[in-house]
Design a binder for this molecule. Structure first.
Ligand code: PLP
Length: 400
């Protein structure tokens, strides 16, 4: 093929890839640590982490070695059989979440789908075996739980739901951080409360510890499941393994994904021990869930979080980074109205459309993610250096 006939990745996207995303106009080909490079050799600091997925940055040597070893040994078996990596990863997740059991799947929305099915089974039990009676789930306004029918139905946003009616029935929506609003929606048909511990996609809104503790009491009082979506905020991102640990509570079920595989598509649901028997053989499943390869990735992520003390590092380093972002907000109050979040899940509320600033940051070598309404999200990997955190604030300042 002569040079003029060579079609770039951009050309091929234009011709063949479904147009369901608004993508930045760069093509990434390589990554190492917190850096990625595009097909023209330009380097960027990656503060998207693939939307909170690449918890260890790109191509961490321990993760790469684990994947190379496992892919040469055994990649997939299905859940017709046991595999040692799934067993060990379940054990280690239970170590973090508390006594319970784990179901493995391949994404955040699938983890949440499993939670929704769990709540239906709980509702049937609560209603003395009557199917479909006690099926209501109270979610939060502005939530994001994914794009499958269950996840989308729990996501009360017009831009996500429009065009896809009829949705799954039974979801109602209360004000985040307003206990009365949730309590007011509880009735005899309610099976569960289901929220993100930190709303990520809708602009980084943190549940207060008092609110989470109040929800725990409310669920105990009415025999409701408290189900937390930790898909974005879990796996160390806030400096605790799960974000709800900051409130000192324990939910009945957790949805997780993203950082868990460190780049391998992987999700999981943890269910508290005394609720785990709701699922029987045949109730739910996944061909790919918990493959030896995906679980090797998960184990490698947990190894590095432990060995490199990443929870402590996130906790310590995020303090000065967030302070620097807040200082920037103070210096430019006409541009930045608020800095929100915890650890390495930070949303900067802009006074106007942040698209030009995000584009300018990209030109200056920093990748970040938009969220909610005029929010810029910063999601560095858990092992980012202090220098790169400082550099991100400098680039942001220059872009502004
Ligand atoms: N839940 C939350 C809180 C999320 O942030 C996301 C994705 O951004 C999802 C669920 C859906 O995850 P996935 O895209 O892996 O299906």
């Amino acid at each position: 093929m002569n040079a003029s006939n060579v079609r770039t990745a951009a050309d091929l996207y234009d011709a063949y890839v479904l147009k369901n995303y608004g993508r930045a106009p760069i093509t990434l080909t390589r990554g190492c640590g917190t850096q990625v490079w595009d097909d023209e050799g330009r380097a960027y600091l990656d503060f998207t982490s693939g939307i909170a997925v690449s918890a260890l940055g790109h191509c961490h040597p321990h993760w790469v070695a684990a994947m190379q070893r496992q892919s040469a040994e055994l990649i997939h078996t299905s859940n017709l059989f046991r595999n040692p990596n799934q067993a060990e990863l379940a054990r280690r997740l239970v170590g973090h979440a508390g006594p319970g059991r784990v179901f493995f799947c391949n994404s955040g929305t699938e983890a949440n789908e499993a939670l929704i099915k769990l709540s239906r089974l709980h509702g049937v039990q609560k209603a003395g075996g009557a199917e479909g009676k006690c099926h209501k789930i109270i979610c939060a306004k502005n939530a994001f739980h994914g794009r499958t029918y269950g996840g989308m139905s729990a996501t009360p946003q017009e831009k996500i739901q429009k065009g896809f009616a009829p949705l799954v029935p039974g979801f109602v929506f209360a004000e985040l951080n307003n206990l009365q609003s949730f309590a007011g929606l509880v009735d005899e048909n309610t099976a569960a409360i289901f929220i993100e511990t930190i709303q990520g996609e809708s602009g980084v809104r943190v549940c207060t510890p008092e609110f989470l503790r109040g929800l725990r009491e409310l669920c105990d009082k009415h025999n409701l499941l408290l189900m937390l979506d930790e898909v974005q905020c879990g796996i160390g991102r806030t400096g605790k393994f799960y974000a709800f640990e900051h409130a000192g509570i324990r939910p009945d079920a957790i949805g997780m994904a993203k950082g868990l595989g460190g780049g391998m598509p992987m999700g999981a649901m943890w269910v508290r021990e005394d609720r785990a028997d709701l699922f029987h053989a045949g109730h739910h499943g996944s061909t790919f869930g918990g493959t030896p390869l995906a679980c090797a990735a998960g184990l490698a992520v947990l190894d590095v979080i432990e060995k490199e003390n990443l929870l402590e590092k996130v906790t310590l380093q995020s303090v000065s980074w967030i302070a620097a972002l807040k200082k920037l907000a103070e210096d430019l109050p006409q541009k930045i109205t608020e800095v929100r979040g915890q650890g390495y899940l930070i949303g900067v509320q802009m006074a106007s459309d942040p698209a030009p600033v995000i584009a300018r940051m990209r030109e200056l070598g920093l990748l970040v993610v938009g969220a909610g309404s005029n929010t810029i999200r910063f999601l560095p990997p858990l092992n980012v250096s202090g220098e790169d955190l400082a550099k991100s604030v400098e680039i942001f300042r220059n872009a502004l």
